[in-house]
Design a protein around this ligand. Structure first.
Ligand code: ADP
Ligand code: MG
Length: 266
């Protein structure tokens, strides 16, 4: 049996954490991602905006290898995860290495997806104990630290139904962090929240960004993108239409489609 290399997770100096070249993806013959090129520098925050159906979630799913790419090349943490020349065979890391890599990618969804029958603490401990085989006492101590970090130290014994949406999402972030990810993917993490709860989740994300975490954030929160994002990508129709420094793209978009989108959401 082949030796499983641990996911180094740290690209060589100067290499981006995520590199995508010419990525294409179709569902049932309908292209949803076309010729995507994207780099996410290690330690940076990439924000992705774009209308519904533009392929943002599919792109995150490809980065996390929840979805297979149809063409192009994808590197994560300096490793070539998969590539396929047009019409050719898909080459990818062996399944165990992909599983290993995915352990080091945290994902936070719009709908928090906590285990409803577990407390906040149990939600956070679950994967470290079951997947990483951490001793429960160690996992518990780490989970308590993470709950403290997201401002929920006092609520470790609550079940999801006993927490607000903002609190549930902060538990979901803590749960992802418990696996010590090298990369965090956020798919509209505040879109399901009441407006007054959005700020507390964005504050946790901002804190995480400040700590040096590499993050890809699909969001409609343009103020967050402007303040916290190092780069901004605008997608439409399965393509990257425009990218650049968030302030530049938001204040003075080059492309008509970006201007039109921003005029609708601002
Ligand atoms: P966004 O996140 O920007 O709203 P998505 O990535 O969810 O966009 O979807 C892009 C396109 O792909 C949409 O047309 C959507 O209907 C389609 N799509 C997404 N997931 C699937 C799937 N599992 N099967 C078929 N079509 C899908
Ligand atoms: Mg989506």
């Amino acid at each position: 049996m082949g030796q499983v290399r641990p996911f180094a997770g740290a690209p060589a100096a100067g290499e981006p954490m995520v590199r995508i070249r010419g990525l294409t993806k179709s569902y049932h013959g309908k292209p949803v991602l076309q010729d995507i090129d994207l780099d996410v520098a290690a330690g940076s925050v990439m924000c992705i905006i774009g209308p519904s159906g533009s392929g943002k979630s599919t792109l995150l799913a490809c980065i996390n290898h929840l979805e297979r790419i149809d063409g192009g090349r994808l590197w994560v943490g300096g490793e070539l995860v998969g590539y396929r020349e047009q019409g050719g065979k898909l080459h990818e890391l062996p399944e165990r290495q992909i599983a290993r890599m995915r352990q080091r990618i945290g994902m936070v969804f719009q709908h928090f997806n906590l285990f409803p029958h577990m407390t906040a603490l149990q939600n956070i401990m679950e994967a470290p104990v079951q997947v990483l085989r951490l001793p429960p006492e160690q996992a518990r101590a780490r989970a308590m630290q993470l709950l403290d970090r997201v401002g929920l130290a006092g609520k470790h014994g609550r079940h999801p139904a006993q927490l607000s949406g903002g609190e549930q999402q902060r538990v979901a972030i803590a749960r992802a962090l418990a696996m010590e990810p090298r990369l965090m993917l956020f798919d509209e993490p505040t879109s399901a929240l009441d407006p007054e709860l959005v700020g507390e989740v964005l504050a946790v994300m901002k804190d995480l960004a400040r700590s040096g975490m590499t993050m890809v954030v699909v969001t409609h929160e343009l103020a967050f993108a402007r303040e916290v994002g190092d780069a901004l990508t605008f997608m439409d129709g399965g393509r990257v239409v425009e990218r650049g420094a968030p302030r530049a793209v938001l204040a003075d978009p080059r492309e008509a489609r970006t201007r039109e989108f921003l005029s609708r959401v601002l």
